[in-house]
Design a protein around this ligand. Structure first.
Ligand SMILES: O=C(O)C1=C[C@@H](OP(=O)(O)O)[C@@H](O)[C@H](O)C1
Ligand SMILES: C=C(OP(=O)(O)O)C(=O)O
Length: 451
């Protein structure tokens, strides 16, 4: 049992008038986790503004305290971390509960796996089903041991390597979490740790490690991206501003594209190319989506996104090589696809089956219940678009403890002929705690159902 296993709260989305106005989405979840973890591994006081205060990130903050860092909230979004230095993690006295967060548990396992300490990890019912061998396999190469449930599931105890050795590792699947766990483990191994990834995944860990003063180099070769990290650096505390989350921006943007008459501005969105695949895909589908005021902030490309109702969108074949740059956006893309003309094919996406839920199955079943035809295979799915405003809706769908499934179906409800109910909206708080208020302020109609 995790403290996060709580009662469900259903929510219903009704068709509403146009969505208009500005949507200030919260800070980037991936960057927020990394800011806390690298702050905890550095010497001095790291100041962070724009931190996402979603439950996933709050759980990482609690975990960093358990490993000995001092983590303080000064005002909303403004935090400081007094780190313990590379290799300075203390052994936690209690079980580390990462709630719903794959990124949290996997990066923290990496960060502690080369220190001479033992820690036990758990999470909510969703996280307890997710594969952890993808982290503990490379950690074993550093000299760590892990004891978990069958299938490499949580709860799991990691015994950190007493005398870590550096590692050369090729990630077996496109995963920034695996890459990052290996790099964070490599921080406390003497010598050079090398990670190769065949397909580029989000590079926030590499960028941030360089910012904290680590010696890290990336080279693109025939084998893919090769990242070399020199172990045992002294990481120096930083002042960081977290960009706004493109994965959260996806929801108001896609809602505006499918609700008649809408026009929504989503300012200050990080458009790091390893994250921006959805927006490119939407533009190829014929979305009226523009990047305004493009600029560079803290080494990351940023722009204001303007999305307008787009009744002429057509389905496309999403290039599989783009998958990593939009991996969390397939659920909401499938809702847009259902409201476009023609079929949208999404291939090379096996990783969707091991997220907070099996996202292909969750979306396929829910879309079918809403009257949309979906075909699927192990690593692909196809949505038959019904055209703008032609999705029947009128169903109750299961969120399966998955924030992105819950938000995707609520947005489907704004454009459907009949309301769509999500059986549990509580997971939304993991990544986008202001989602309901923000969508309501734009003109959406969301109703909490009596439980
Ligand atoms: O590194 C990260 O911050 C993340 C990596 C991705 O997971 P995988 O590495 O499992 O693909 C993504 O789905 C997740 O939301 C956040
Ligand atoms: C997959 C996600 O997160 P995590 O893996 O951190 O649980 C997500 O936010 O869509």
């Amino acid at each position: 049992m995790s403290a996060h296993d709580g009662p469900a709260a259903p929510m219903t989305a009704h068709a509403a008038g146009p969505l208009t106005g500005e949507a200030q989405v919260p800070g980037d979840k991936s960057v927020s986790h990394r800011a806390l973890i690298l702050g905890a591994l550095s010497v001095g006081e790291t100041r962070i503004t724009g931190l996402l205060e979603g439950q996933d990130v709050l759980d990482t903050a609690t975990a960093m305290r358990a490993f000995g860092a001092e983590v303080t909230q000064h005002e909303p979004g403004s935090w400081s971390v007094h780190g313990v230095g590379t290799g300075g993690f203390a052994e936690p006295a209690q079980v580390i509960d990462c709630g719903n967060s794959g990124t949290g548990v996997r990066l923290i396992m990496g960060a502690m796996g080369t220190s001479p300490i033992t820690a036990t990890f758990t999470g909510d019912a969703s996280l307890r089903l997710r594969p952890m061998a993808r982290i503990t396999d490379p950690l074993a190469l550093f000299g760590a041991a892990a004891h978990g449930r069958s299938g490499g599931r949580l709860p799991m105890t990691v015994v950190g390597a007493r005398a870590p050795v550096p590692v050369q590792y090729t990630t077996p699947m496109p995963s920034a979490q695996v890459k990052s766990a290996v790099l964070l483990a490599g921080l406390n191994a003497p010598g050079e740790t090398v990670v190769t990834e065949r397909e580029a995944t989000r590079d926030h860990t590499e960028r941030m490690l360089a910012g904290f003063g680590a010696e890290i180099e990336t080279e693109t070769t025939n084998e893919g991206r090769v990242i070399r990290l020199t172990g045992q650096p002294e990481l120096r505390a930083q002042t960081l501003t977290v960009p706004r989350d493109p994965s959260s921006a996806a929801f108001p943007v896609c809602a505006a594209l499918i609700v008649p008459g809408s026009e929504v501005l989503v300012p200050n969105i990080g458009l790091n190319p390893t994250r921006a695949g959805l927006f490119e895909t939407l533009r190829e589908m014929g979305a009226d989506l523009t990047y305004e005021n493009p600029r560079d902030e803290g080494g990351e490309p940023v722009a204001d996104l303007r999305a307008r109702f787009s009744p002429d969108m057509r389905g496309i074949s999403v290039p599989p090589e783009r998958a990593a740059s939009m991996i969390d956006e397939y659920p909401i893309l499938s809702v847009v696809a259902a409201n476009a003309a023609g079929r949208t094919e999404m291939r090379g996406v096996a990783e969707l089956r091991v997220k907070e839920s099996d996202r292909i199955d969750a979306m396929a079943q829910g879309l079918r219940a809403c009257g949309v035809t979906v075909e699927e295979g192990p690593d692909w799915w196809i949505v038959e678009g019904r055209g703008p405003g032609e999705v029947p809706g009128g169903a109750t769908v299961a969120a399966r403890l998955d924030h992105r499934i819950a938000m995707s179906f609520l947005i489907a409800g704004f454009a459907a002929k009949s309301p769509v109910t999500v059986d549990d909206a509580t997971p939304i708080a993991t990544s986008f705690p202001i989602f309901t208020d923000m969508m309501t302020a734009l003109g959406a109609r969301l109703e909490r159902d009596p439980t």
